[in-house]
Design a protein around this ligand. Structure first.
Ligand code: VGL
Ligand code: ZN
Length: 203
């Protein structure tokens, strides 16, 4: 099948210091996704497939933060240490960084609301590259991974969630499990290191 959108891409969602142990909005075991995502990164890169890394990139004042009406402690303020990618995350040289959450009046959980450093929106970049399936992992399962997966599916992309490379916030116990179920109900597939097949595009 030769077809527009027959290519796979990897999207590493928000693997930033503030979402890892010791950070301002630490996800339990958030750092455990790092070595796994390093393997996926190398796999996709070695197949010549695009790799994207999104980051939460907030202004100091945003309705996303508790102090301004939101539900979250201050985290991932653009330019801060907490907003940097985890120091052990190895992004391929050609990886494209996607920033989101810059609008002070929006949460922007989905990386599909993000842009590259020239301002191009992620969905536009994916379409230009002929990407049809997005493999994704990162943080957090129950917020940015979930919203990104649902947005991708709504916009007609196929989605595979890398179940060994995600961790959730779990504000309520079970949120991450429910998020996985919701993504699958919306059409997402799942894979792990032993089943992943980035070159074989199946619908
Ligand atoms: C996220 C909560 C607040 C995420 C971002 O990246 O999942 N979660 N901001
Ligand atoms: Zn945030």
């Amino acid at each position: 099948m030769v077809d527009h959108g027959a290519k796979s891409a990897l999207l590493i969602v928000d693997v930033q210091n503030d979402f890892c142990p010791g950070g301002m909005l630490a996800v339990a075991e958030g750092d455990r996704v790092v070595p796994v995502l390093n393997i996926y990164g190398e796999l996709f890169s070695s197949e010549g497939l695009p790799v994207f890394a999104s980051r939460d990139w907030h202004p100091t004042e945003t309705t996303h933060f508790k102090a301004y009406g939101g539900i979250w402690p201050v985290h991932c303020v653009r330019g801060s240490k907490g907003a940097e990618f985890h120091p052990l995350l190895k992004l391929p040289r050609e990886a494209i960084v996607i920033s989101k959450g810059m609008d002070p009046a929006r949460d922007d959980y989905s990386a599909f609301d993000g842009v590259d450093d020239t301002g191009l929106p992620l969905p536009e970049l994916l379409r230009r590259l002929g990407v049809g399936r997005i493999f994704m992992g990162g943080l957090a399962t129950d917020y940015c991974v979930k919203e990104t997966a649902l947005a991708a599916l709504r916009q007609g992309f196929a989605v595979t969630v890398l179940e060994d490379a995600v961790r959730g916030v779990d504000l309520q116990p079970g949120d991450s499990e429910r998020a996985m179920a919701e993504m699958q109900a919306a059409g997402a597939e799942t894979a792990n290191l032993s089943t992943v097949d980035p070159s074989g595009y199946r619908t």
